[in-house]
Design a protein around this ligand. Sequence first.
Ligand code: PMP
Ligand code: GLN
Length: 383
Amino acid sequence: LNRRLAEFGTTIFAEMSALAAATGAINLGQGFPDTDGPEEVREAAIRAIRDGRGNQYPPGPGVPELRTAISEHQRRFHGLTVDPDTGILVTAGATEAIAASLLALVEPGDEVVALEPYYDSYAACVAMAGGHRVPVTLRPRDGAYHLDLDELRDAITDRTRLLLLNTPHNPTGTVLTREELTAIAALAVERDLLVITDEVYEHLVFDGEHLPLAGFPGMRERTLTISSAGKTFSYTGWKVGWVTGPAELVTAVRSAKQFLTYVASGPFQYAVAEGLRLPDAYFTGLRDDLRLKRDLLSAGLADAGFAVYRPAGTYFVTTDIRPLGEEDGFQFCRKLPERCGVVAIPNAVFYDHREQGAPFVRFAFCKKEAVLREAVDRLRKLA
Ligand code: PMP
Ligand code: GLN
């Protein structure tokens, strides 16, 4: 393994899902729903396969039906105009969109500023691109995580190539506010930075609202926005994602993407196109269902003795284990299946400053209500 990748090892999601499988524990680690998404979307995929749509290589940028549907979705929910021919690239999940965007835009030695804790593929992809990551740490305060805009400003140097944002934010559940996004946009314009913004949880906001960074002044021409059908339609295994932005940047990402997977998920692209056209009630229903699950798990964890950081969005709730007399999230998560039959993720893996993340543990609530209740019953035994 080369030096760029050696530090990363096996992803925590693979490690913890394997632990869940081996011990039969309830898996609140890796973020995937335990219920399939909309039946009509699944049927659309079956129909596409049966009708021979997408069974051979789809077009490089994605099938036109899906690109049109993404463009319509951006207009319907965010009032944004994206050109379906030049401004959209369909990818193998958001994961490939992140990798291809970084490989396309980062020169060796460039600095990439990202919000810490960050989703684990960011660090690995910045490294594969030969860049240096510069973490700006979100701080826990008053029951939630906050961005310090002065810290962000101070992190930007003459070598900063781009900002890599994520809102709603995994793992903290933080949703950046209009004021924060306005300030970030002003900074990006002032320092002439490119921005990659990972908005895969765009429909999963329970308090406040999701505002795409690309809609702020001066951002359109410098922003690549990433999203994914995995989260919006609860089909994480289909791996349909996309990146949208100005033609010049999307063309650059396409240059990298064509040599990664070339194309992926042919029939599923047609199905996701149908999904994106579902009525508003589908999207609000998904959110409302997850909000109840957030509330259920958050209350249960608090009851079990954890300090809970209330997530405004995503699939995840971050907790502090110190009130339970614990300090090390890694050790805690490795023993948790054996102690009480539950799997969770240590937030330290999302930090360069590991010590900052040490006592924090993430639980996923994108699971059936009965599963969450059973998990809470088990976790109560820890106290
Ligand atoms: N970004 C974030 C913030 C995520 O949480 C995830 C997966 N949960 C991804 C990207 C990857 O998405 P996909 O499964 O579409 O590759
Ligand atoms: N993004 C999901 C999470 O944060 C997992 C995706 C993966 O396994 N790579 O849990």
